[in-house]
Ligand binder design. Structure first.
Ligand SMILES: [Zn+2]
Length: 123
């Protein structure tokens, strides 16, 4: 990616539902007209619930959180960030963003970790 080529908003699972102000800012102030929505395989937001123990233990040992607080944190937020199937989620997020920003062109893309390439998702 060339320097200053694009606004980059990183969000788990290519989920922009909780980054919408940044998206609106990039469009309104940054004069963005196109969005490349890029998901990837091996995404940690797919089957997130299976990582509860790693998440809780990581916060306890790495950040010093009490176990109960880490569990509550996971239980509160995991349902918001769980995405199910990555490609299905990218396509649903693409549709949602097109309705929200009708004049902005949105391209659903998929990054394959194994070959380090970007693929256009055929809708
Ligand atoms: Zn991911």
């Amino acid at each position: 990616m060339p320097d200053n080529f694009a606004f980059i908003i990183r969000s788990g699972g290519a989920n922009l539902r909780y980054s919408e102000f940044k998206v609106s800012y990039a469009i309104a102030v940054g004069q963005v007209s196109y969005i490349a929505l890029i998901g990837h395989n091996n995404c940690g937001m797919v089957n997130l619930i299976s990582r509860q123990n790693d998440f809780v233990n990581g916060l306890v040992t790495r950040a010093g959180w009490p176990k109960e607080r880490a569990e509550e944190h996971f239980i509160q937020f995991a349902p918001m960030f769980e995405i199910g199937n990555a490609i299905d989620f990218i396509l649903s997020e693409t549709k949602r963003l097109r309705l929200r920003y009708p004049k902005i062109m949105i391209a659903p893309l998929f990054y394959l970790v194994e070959d380090n390439k970007l693929y256009f998702i055929n809708e």
